[in-house]
Design a protein around this ligand. Structure first.
Ligand SMILES: [Ca+2]
Ligand SMILES: [Ca+2]
Length: 294
């Protein structure tokens, strides 16, 4: 190798002098060609090596390559097995999730069916020669109120502030609605789709954080349960108005989504002073035993 470097150094010197002579150039090229040959020539050590040793070296190289290949194959096989196992587990989990979702839907339907059996009392009493009185519990609500699950609901037609709406509900013997279950939220959400006249025609519910910001309390003083919150996306945001004209932010909750809410989520915090319609609630009265003619 040092010999090759010496020759290359000579070549550079010849080019540096920029000889115009063609013969010299030819000579330089032939020298470079010689360098290449000298590089490809086997080293003295290689030439002097015993052919048997060379075969052993070549053999060990092939063996180590095989070992690497086997290890890689084993790793690849292990990765494939792990992938298959994970996929299988994922399919199993997805099936379980679907089964649980179906189960939940069945439970919801059963609950709705059970609640629908809580009938409103018939306003018409049959007249017949020998009426029979049967013990069939029913619930009744005053005129203008709707019965559902043993409760009466009043959807106001006029708009008032949250406080004034609450006063109006109390005057009627109830209070702003407190939502105690997902089923109740479902009933109200579906009912409001029909009652609302426009997208902004939302209804006050009995929920406020006016006492302590971000501590939402129902009108009966109970704290909002995390598992029973139905805030719309991005709510509650305690908005303070375009120019901060409401420094206290939004402290009262209203609900409703005319086109239907995603996963029943249709609560919004709003300025308590803004006039809105509202939902009042009170317990239904157990009606008289049913009278039949059978
Ligand atoms: Ca607030
Ligand atoms: Ca808001």
């Amino acid at each position: 190798m040092p010999e090759a470097e010496v020759i290359y150094s000579d070549v550079k010197l010849a080019r540096g002098k920029k000889r115009a002579n063609e013969a010299v150039n030819t000579s330089t090229d032939s020298t470079y060609s010689e360098i290449k040959i000298s590089k490809t020539q086997p080293s003295t050590a290689e030439l002097s090596e015993d052919p048997q040793q060379a075969v052993v070296r070549k053999g060990s190289k092939v063996t180590s390559e095989r070992v690497v290949l086997v290890v890689l194959s084993v790793l690849l096989a292990a990765a494939l097995i792990a992938l298959c196992f994970t996929t299988f587990e994922m399919i199993k989990t997805n099936k379980k999730v679907k089964y649980l979702e179906d189960d939940k839907m069945k439970c919801d339907n059963n609950l709705t069916e059970t609640l629908s059996k809580i009938k409103s009392c018939s306003t018409v009493q049959p007249t017949c020669p020998a009426p029979k009185v049967i013990d069939d519990p029913c619930y009744k609500c005053e005129e203008g109120w709707e019965q559902h699950g043993g409760k009466c609901y009043y959807f106001s037609t006029s708009k008032s502030s949250w406080n004034k709406s609450r006063d109006e509900c109390r005057t009627k013997g109830g209070d702003l609605v407190k939502i105690d279950s997902r089923e109740e939220q479902r009933f109200l959400e579906r009912r409001l789709r029909i009652v609302m006249t426009e997208a902004e025609d939302k209804f006050w519910i009995g929920l406020t954080d006016s006492a302590v910001e971000r501590t939402w309390l129902w009108v009966d003083g109970s704290q909002l349960h995390q598992s029973l919150t139905f805030w719309s996306k991005g709510e509650p945001d305690n908005w303070k108005g375009h120019n901060g004209e409401h420094p206290d932010g939004e402290d009262c909750a209203r609900m409703g989504e005319q086109g239907g809410a995603d996963d029943l989520k249709c609560w919004f915090d709003a300025f308590c002073s803004t006039p809105h319609r509202s939902i009042c609630e009170k317990a239904a009265v157990t009606g008289k035993p049913k009278i039949t003619c059978d």
